[in-house]
Design a protein around this ligand. Structure first.
Ligand code: THU
Length: 131
């Protein structure tokens, strides 16, 4: 399988964004998670009328991947219509620290997807809770 580039993964996240279910905020987020085996799992945010039940794109991708048997991740791309892109929220950072600690996090503004910023999970959530 050909190596997945950063821009490849961003394009996958853009495709995922189209499936966002965000009737309340109208803020559509797409994520694409790359496993060490080169498999890509997409996710998008899903909102509820009971707002707190909303699940972010990153968590949807991660939960899909984990429950499909993937457990080792290389990178996650996240796109949202926001200047500089949206970095993962605190809850997603905690889950990334637990299940994808070595993943590179690529974020981009979905309206300007060629400008990509990269973070490490450690940088996003230093001293994370580990049980
Ligand atoms: N959201 C994500 O999906 N990922 C992020 O990184 C930030 C926020 C979603 C949650 C909610 O559906 C909408 O964006 C507005 O907060």
């Amino acid at each position: 399988m050909q190596a997945t580039s950063k821009q490849n993964l961003i394009q996958e996240a853009l495709a995922a964004q189209k499936r966002a279910v965000a009737p309340y905020s109208k803020f559509q987020v797409g994520a694409a998670l790359l496993t060490v085996d080169g498999v890509i799992i997409r996710g998008a945010n899903v909102e509820s009328a009971s707002y707190g039940l909303t699940c972010c794109a990153e968590r949807v991708a991660l939960f899909k991947a984990l429950t499909e048997g993937h457990s080792s991740f290389k990178a996650i791309a996240v796109v949202a219509p926001m200047g500089g892109g949206a970095t993962p929220c605190g809850a997603c950072r905690q889950l990334l620290a637990e299940y994808a600690p070595k993943a590179k996090v690529w974020v981009a503004d979905s309206r300007k997807p060629l400008k990509v910023t990269g973070y490490s999970v450690q940088e996003l959530l230093p001293v994370s809770f580990q049980f």
